[in-house]
Design a protein around this ligand. Sequence first.
Ligand SMILES: O=C1O[C@H](COP(=O)(O)O)[C@@H](O)[C@H](O)[C@H]1O
Length: 329
Amino acid sequence: MVSSAISLGSTALSVHLRRSPAPLLPPILCTTFTSHRSIFFGRRFAPISITCGRIDPRRPFAMAFTPIKVSEGKKEVLVFENEEELSVSLAKFTAELSEKFTNDRGAFTVVLSGGSLIKSLRKLVESPYVDSVNWGKWHVFWADERVVPKDHPDSNYKLAYDGFLSKVPIPPGQVYAINDSLSAEGAADDYETCLKHLVNTGVLKLSTATEFPEFDLMLLGMGPDGHIASLFPGHPLLNEKQRWVTHITDSPKPPPERITLTFPVINASSNIALVVAGAGKASVVQKALGPDQNSYDVLPVEMVSLKEGELKWFTDKDAASKLPNFANL
Ligand SMILES: O=C1O[C@H](COP(=O)(O)O)[C@@H](O)[C@H](O)[C@H]1O
Protein backbone atom coordinates (compact mmCIF):
# COMPACT_ATOMS: atom_id res chain seq x y z
CA MET A 1 0.00 0.00 0.00
CA VAL A 2 1.35 3.39 -0.98
CA SER A 3 -0.23 6.49 0.56
CA SER A 4 0.51 10.03 -0.42
CA ALA A 5 -1.05 13.46 -0.47
CA ILE A 6 -1.22 15.65 -3.55
CA SER A 7 -1.71 19.36 -3.30
CA LEU A 8 -4.34 20.57 -5.73
CA GLY A 9 -4.29 24.34 -5.60
CA SER A 10 -5.41 25.10 -2.09
CA THR A 11 -7.08 21.70 -1.81
CA ALA A 12 -5.31 18.74 -0.24
CA LEU A 13 -6.05 15.51 -2.06
CA SER A 14 -5.39 12.31 -0.21
CA VAL A 15 -4.43 9.37 -2.34
CA HIS A 16 -4.24 5.73 -1.36
CA LEU A 17 -2.83 3.43 -3.96
CA ARG A 18 -2.78 -0.32 -3.66
CA ARG A 19 -1.04 -2.28 -6.33
CA SER A 20 -1.57 -6.01 -6.69
CA PRO A 21 1.45 -8.26 -7.29
CA ALA A 22 2.58 -8.37 -10.90
CA PRO A 23 0.69 -11.12 -12.72
CA LEU A 24 2.46 -14.02 -14.41
CA LEU A 25 2.16 -12.72 -17.94
CA PRO A 26 4.60 -10.91 -20.19
CA PRO A 27 4.72 -7.35 -18.88
CA ILE A 28 3.68 -5.72 -22.11
CA LEU A 29 0.51 -7.76 -22.21
CA CYS A 30 -0.60 -7.21 -18.69
CA THR A 31 -0.74 -4.15 -16.49
CA THR A 32 -3.40 -5.24 -14.05
CA PHE A 33 -3.52 -3.12 -10.94
CA THR A 34 -6.17 -1.79 -8.69
CA SER A 35 -6.02 1.48 -6.87
CA HIS A 36 -8.42 2.90 -4.33
CA ARG A 37 -8.25 6.59 -3.66
CA SER A 38 -10.21 9.50 -2.31
CA ILE A 39 -10.59 12.41 -4.64
CA PHE A 40 -12.18 15.77 -4.34
CA PHE A 41 -15.38 15.23 -6.30
CA GLY A 42 -17.88 18.02 -6.63
CA ARG A 43 -18.37 19.77 -3.32
CA ARG A 44 -16.99 17.06 -1.08
CA PHE A 45 -14.56 14.24 -0.81
CA ALA A 46 -15.92 10.94 -2.00
CA PRO A 47 -14.40 7.48 -2.17
CA ILE A 48 -13.75 6.18 -5.64
CA SER A 49 -12.52 2.93 -6.97
CA ILE A 50 -10.36 2.86 -10.06
CA THR A 51 -9.61 -0.33 -11.89
CA CYS A 52 -7.39 -0.46 -14.92
CA GLY A 53 -7.87 -3.77 -16.65
CA ARG A 54 -5.54 -6.14 -18.45
CA ILE A 55 -4.31 -5.06 -21.82
CA ASP A 56 -5.90 -7.07 -24.59
CA PRO A 57 -3.14 -9.04 -26.42
CA ARG A 58 -4.93 -8.41 -29.72
CA ARG A 59 -4.83 -4.66 -29.08
CA PRO A 60 -1.67 -4.32 -26.97
CA PHE A 61 -1.67 -0.54 -26.99
CA ALA A 62 -5.31 -0.08 -26.12
CA MET A 63 -6.44 -0.36 -22.53
CA ALA A 64 -8.76 -3.28 -22.00
CA PHE A 65 -12.40 -2.55 -21.58
CA THR A 66 -12.49 -1.37 -18.01
CA PRO A 67 -13.48 2.25 -17.57
CA ILE A 68 -12.25 4.55 -14.87
CA LYS A 69 -15.09 4.74 -12.40
CA VAL A 70 -15.97 7.43 -9.88
CA SER A 71 -18.94 7.04 -7.55
CA GLU A 72 -20.73 9.58 -5.40
CA GLY A 73 -23.91 8.25 -3.84
CA LYS A 74 -26.30 7.64 -6.71
CA LYS A 75 -24.04 9.50 -9.11
CA GLU A 76 -21.39 7.57 -10.99
CA VAL A 77 -18.88 8.89 -13.50
CA LEU A 78 -17.46 6.49 -16.07
CA VAL A 79 -14.49 7.66 -18.13
CA PHE A 80 -13.70 5.57 -21.20
CA GLU A 81 -10.58 5.52 -23.32
CA ASN A 82 -12.53 6.93 -26.23
CA GLU A 83 -16.04 7.43 -27.59
CA GLU A 84 -15.97 4.02 -29.30
CA GLU A 85 -15.63 2.23 -25.96
CA LEU A 86 -18.18 4.58 -24.42
CA SER A 87 -20.71 3.56 -27.08
CA VAL A 88 -20.10 -0.16 -26.44
CA SER A 89 -20.77 0.29 -22.73
CA LEU A 90 -23.78 2.55 -23.30
CA ALA A 91 -25.38 -0.15 -25.46
CA LYS A 92 -24.81 -2.82 -22.81
CA PHE A 93 -26.16 -0.55 -20.06
CA THR A 94 -29.28 0.31 -22.08
CA ALA A 95 -29.93 -3.31 -23.06
CA GLU A 96 -29.63 -4.44 -19.43
CA LEU A 97 -32.10 -1.79 -18.25
CA SER A 98 -34.43 -2.73 -21.10
CA GLU A 99 -34.44 -6.33 -19.90
CA LYS A 100 -34.93 -5.33 -16.26
CA PHE A 101 -37.88 -3.01 -16.86
CA THR A 102 -39.46 -5.24 -19.49
CA ASN A 103 -39.41 -8.12 -17.01
CA ASP A 104 -40.51 -6.00 -14.04
CA ARG A 105 -43.33 -4.01 -15.60
CA GLY A 106 -43.82 -5.15 -19.20
CA ALA A 107 -42.70 -1.85 -20.70
CA PHE A 108 -39.53 0.22 -21.04
CA THR A 109 -39.94 4.00 -21.27
CA VAL A 110 -36.90 5.64 -22.87
CA VAL A 111 -36.26 9.32 -23.44
CA LEU A 112 -33.92 10.34 -26.26
CA SER A 113 -32.04 13.59 -26.83
CA GLY A 114 -30.85 14.97 -30.14
CA GLY A 115 -27.30 15.93 -31.06
CA SER A 116 -24.32 13.62 -30.64
CA LEU A 117 -26.23 11.21 -28.36
CA ILE A 118 -27.81 9.40 -31.31
CA LYS A 119 -24.43 8.51 -32.80
CA SER A 120 -23.34 7.15 -29.42
CA LEU A 121 -26.29 4.72 -29.54
CA ARG A 122 -24.97 3.04 -32.69
CA LYS A 123 -23.87 -0.20 -30.96
CA LEU A 124 -27.43 -0.81 -29.81
CA VAL A 125 -28.54 -1.40 -33.40
CA GLU A 126 -25.79 -3.95 -33.96
CA SER A 127 -25.41 -7.58 -32.92
CA PRO A 128 -26.17 -8.88 -30.32
CA TYR A 129 -28.62 -6.18 -29.15
CA VAL A 130 -30.46 -5.65 -32.40
CA ASP A 131 -31.77 -9.23 -32.08
CA SER A 132 -31.81 -9.74 -28.30
CA VAL A 133 -33.52 -6.56 -27.03
CA ASN A 134 -37.29 -6.81 -26.66
CA TRP A 135 -37.97 -3.77 -28.86
CA GLY A 136 -41.72 -4.41 -28.80
CA LYS A 137 -41.81 -3.23 -25.18
CA TRP A 138 -40.03 0.08 -25.83
CA HIS A 139 -41.87 3.40 -25.58
CA VAL A 140 -39.76 6.26 -26.94
CA PHE A 141 -39.98 9.94 -25.99
CA TRP A 142 -37.88 13.06 -26.49
CA ALA A 143 -36.20 15.17 -23.81
CA ASP A 144 -36.53 18.07 -26.21
CA GLU A 145 -37.55 18.72 -29.77
CA ARG A 146 -37.11 21.54 -32.21
CA VAL A 147 -40.44 22.87 -33.53
CA VAL A 148 -39.81 22.05 -37.18
CA PRO A 149 -41.35 19.49 -39.55
CA LYS A 150 -40.30 15.90 -38.84
CA ASP A 151 -38.38 15.69 -42.10
CA HIS A 152 -36.43 18.90 -41.41
CA PRO A 153 -32.65 18.53 -40.93
CA ASP A 154 -32.97 20.22 -37.48
CA SER A 155 -35.57 17.72 -36.24
CA ASN A 156 -34.46 15.55 -33.33
CA TYR A 157 -37.07 13.00 -34.46
CA LYS A 158 -35.46 12.79 -37.91
CA LEU A 159 -32.01 12.40 -36.38
CA ALA A 160 -33.21 9.59 -34.12
CA TYR A 161 -35.22 7.95 -36.91
CA ASP A 162 -32.35 7.95 -39.39
CA GLY A 163 -29.68 6.83 -36.92
CA PHE A 164 -31.60 4.54 -34.57
CA LEU A 165 -35.38 4.07 -34.78
CA SER A 166 -35.46 2.98 -38.43
CA LYS A 167 -33.10 0.11 -37.56
CA VAL A 168 -35.08 -1.55 -34.77
CA PRO A 169 -38.65 -2.94 -34.63
CA ILE A 170 -40.22 -0.57 -32.09
CA PRO A 171 -43.98 -0.38 -32.85
CA PRO A 172 -44.60 3.05 -34.49
CA GLY A 173 -47.49 3.67 -32.05
CA GLN A 174 -44.97 3.58 -29.20
CA VAL A 175 -42.79 6.35 -30.61
CA TYR A 176 -44.10 9.65 -29.23
CA ALA A 177 -42.96 12.46 -31.52
CA ILE A 178 -44.29 15.99 -31.12
CA ASN A 179 -47.16 17.34 -33.20
CA ASP A 180 -45.16 19.43 -35.67
CA SER A 181 -48.23 21.22 -37.04
CA LEU A 182 -48.65 23.23 -33.80
CA SER A 183 -46.91 26.31 -32.42
CA ALA A 184 -44.15 25.77 -29.84
CA GLU A 185 -46.60 26.49 -27.03
CA GLY A 186 -49.26 24.23 -28.56
CA ALA A 187 -46.76 21.41 -29.14
CA ALA A 188 -45.58 21.58 -25.51
CA ASP A 189 -49.18 21.48 -24.21
CA ASP A 190 -49.99 18.63 -26.56
CA TYR A 191 -46.91 16.63 -25.46
CA GLU A 192 -47.78 17.13 -21.79
CA THR A 193 -51.33 15.93 -22.48
CA CYS A 194 -49.89 12.87 -24.24
CA LEU A 195 -47.70 12.07 -21.21
CA LYS A 196 -50.69 12.44 -18.85
CA HIS A 197 -52.70 10.06 -21.02
CA LEU A 198 -49.87 7.52 -20.85
CA VAL A 199 -49.83 7.83 -17.05
CA ASN A 200 -53.56 7.08 -17.05
CA THR A 201 -53.07 4.01 -19.24
CA GLY A 202 -50.21 2.74 -17.07
CA VAL A 203 -47.45 3.01 -19.68
CA LEU A 204 -45.77 5.77 -17.69
CA LYS A 205 -45.57 5.65 -13.93
CA LEU A 206 -45.67 8.59 -11.55
CA SER A 207 -42.86 9.12 -9.11
CA THR A 208 -44.19 8.40 -5.62
CA ALA A 209 -41.77 11.00 -4.27
CA THR A 210 -42.66 13.89 -6.59
CA GLU A 211 -45.84 13.08 -8.54
CA PHE A 212 -43.99 13.84 -11.78
CA PRO A 213 -43.69 11.15 -14.46
CA GLU A 214 -40.84 8.73 -13.85
CA PHE A 215 -39.18 7.55 -17.04
CA ASP A 216 -37.22 4.30 -16.84
CA LEU A 217 -34.22 5.70 -18.71
CA MET A 218 -33.37 9.18 -19.90
CA LEU A 219 -30.49 9.39 -22.39
CA LEU A 220 -29.25 12.96 -22.13
CA GLY A 221 -26.59 14.74 -24.13
CA MET A 222 -24.97 17.98 -23.01
CA GLY A 223 -24.02 20.99 -25.10
CA PRO A 224 -20.61 22.69 -24.79
CA ASP A 225 -22.36 25.46 -22.80
CA GLY A 226 -23.68 22.95 -20.23
CA HIS A 227 -27.25 22.83 -21.55
CA ILE A 228 -29.26 19.64 -21.41
CA ALA A 229 -32.51 19.02 -23.33
CA SER A 230 -33.48 22.61 -24.31
CA LEU A 231 -32.71 24.02 -20.87
CA PHE A 232 -30.04 26.65 -21.45
CA PRO A 233 -27.76 28.46 -18.96
CA GLY A 234 -29.42 31.44 -17.30
CA HIS A 235 -32.81 30.90 -18.97
CA PRO A 236 -35.97 31.35 -16.83
CA LEU A 237 -37.17 27.88 -17.88
CA LEU A 238 -34.59 26.44 -15.48
CA ASN A 239 -36.92 27.50 -12.65
CA GLU A 240 -40.07 25.82 -13.97
CA LYS A 241 -41.57 23.85 -11.08
CA GLN A 242 -45.11 22.90 -12.20
CA ARG A 243 -45.13 22.00 -15.89
CA TRP A 244 -44.03 18.63 -17.26
CA VAL A 245 -43.28 20.01 -20.71
CA THR A 246 -42.64 23.61 -21.65
CA HIS A 247 -41.60 25.63 -24.68
CA ILE A 248 -38.92 28.12 -25.61
CA THR A 249 -39.01 30.63 -28.46
CA ASP A 250 -35.61 32.24 -27.86
CA SER A 251 -33.24 29.30 -27.76
CA PRO A 252 -29.65 30.61 -27.94
CA LYS A 253 -28.84 27.59 -30.11
CA PRO A 254 -30.82 27.49 -33.36
CA PRO A 255 -33.54 26.75 -34.14
CA PRO A 256 -35.11 29.16 -31.60
CA GLU A 257 -38.45 27.39 -31.13
CA ARG A 258 -38.36 24.18 -29.13
CA ILE A 259 -40.19 22.17 -26.52
CA THR A 260 -38.45 20.55 -23.56
CA LEU A 261 -39.08 18.38 -20.53
CA THR A 262 -38.68 20.38 -17.33
CA PHE A 263 -36.29 19.76 -14.45
CA PRO A 264 -38.93 18.25 -12.13
CA VAL A 265 -39.54 15.57 -14.79
CA ILE A 266 -35.86 15.04 -15.59
CA ASN A 267 -35.04 14.69 -11.91
CA ALA A 268 -37.85 12.20 -11.31
CA SER A 269 -36.25 9.65 -13.68
CA SER A 270 -35.36 6.14 -12.57
CA ASN A 271 -32.10 6.29 -14.51
CA ILE A 272 -30.25 8.96 -16.42
CA ALA A 273 -27.28 8.34 -18.71
CA LEU A 274 -25.53 11.64 -19.28
CA VAL A 275 -23.46 11.07 -22.41
CA VAL A 276 -20.64 13.57 -22.86
CA ALA A 277 -17.70 12.95 -25.19
CA GLY A 278 -14.99 15.04 -26.80
CA ALA A 279 -12.51 17.73 -25.83
CA GLY A 280 -15.01 20.48 -26.70
CA LYS A 281 -16.93 19.60 -23.54
CA ALA A 282 -13.94 19.30 -21.19
CA SER A 283 -14.36 22.76 -19.64
CA VAL A 284 -17.98 22.12 -18.70
CA VAL A 285 -17.14 18.67 -17.35
CA GLN A 286 -14.44 20.33 -15.26
CA LYS A 287 -16.94 22.90 -13.98
CA ALA A 288 -19.61 20.29 -13.23
CA LEU A 289 -17.43 17.61 -11.65
CA GLY A 290 -14.23 19.37 -10.66
CA PRO A 291 -13.27 21.02 -7.38
CA ASP A 292 -13.94 24.66 -8.27
CA GLN A 293 -17.66 24.92 -7.76
CA ASN A 294 -19.74 27.92 -6.88
CA SER A 295 -23.43 28.26 -6.44
CA TYR A 296 -24.09 31.52 -8.30
CA ASP A 297 -23.61 30.32 -11.88
CA VAL A 298 -24.90 26.77 -11.75
CA LEU A 299 -25.13 25.23 -15.21
CA PRO A 300 -28.18 23.23 -16.30
CA VAL A 301 -26.14 20.02 -16.30
CA GLU A 302 -25.31 20.65 -12.65
CA MET A 303 -29.02 20.80 -11.85
CA VAL A 304 -29.49 17.15 -12.79
CA SER A 305 -30.03 15.62 -9.39
CA LEU A 306 -32.16 12.54 -9.07
CA LYS A 307 -34.59 12.20 -6.20
CA GLU A 308 -34.47 8.43 -6.11
CA GLY A 309 -32.91 7.24 -9.36
CA GLU A 310 -29.37 6.68 -10.57
CA LEU A 311 -27.31 9.09 -12.61
CA LYS A 312 -24.41 7.73 -14.67
CA TRP A 313 -22.07 9.99 -16.61
CA PHE A 314 -20.65 8.28 -19.71
CA THR A 315 -17.59 10.32 -20.67
CA ASP A 316 -14.40 9.74 -22.57
CA LYS A 317 -10.88 10.78 -21.64
CA ASP A 318 -11.05 13.85 -23.87
CA ALA A 319 -14.13 15.15 -22.08
CA ALA A 320 -12.60 14.33 -18.67
CA SER A 321 -9.18 15.72 -19.57
CA LYS A 322 -9.52 18.85 -17.42
CA LEU A 323 -10.48 16.98 -14.29
CA PRO A 324 -7.36 17.28 -12.15
CA ASN A 325 -7.86 13.91 -10.56
CA PHE A 326 -7.52 12.01 -13.83
CA ALA A 327 -4.26 13.60 -14.87
CA ASN A 328 -2.06 10.89 -13.40
CA LEU A 329 -3.93 7.85 -14.62
O1 LIG B 1 -29.71 21.29 -29.23
C1 LIG B 1 -29.48 20.25 -28.64
O2 LIG B 1 -28.26 20.06 -28.10
C2 LIG B 1 -28.03 19.09 -27.06
C3 LIG B 1 -26.53 18.78 -27.07
O3 LIG B 1 -26.14 18.36 -28.37
P1 LIG B 1 -24.67 17.79 -28.67
O4 LIG B 1 -24.63 17.61 -30.17
O5 LIG B 1 -23.69 18.82 -28.18
O6 LIG B 1 -24.53 16.49 -27.94
C4 LIG B 1 -28.90 17.87 -27.22
O7 LIG B 1 -28.75 17.02 -26.12
C5 LIG B 1 -30.35 18.34 -27.38
O8 LIG B 1 -31.22 17.23 -27.44
C6 LIG B 1 -30.45 19.13 -28.65
O9 LIG B 1 -31.75 19.57 -28.93
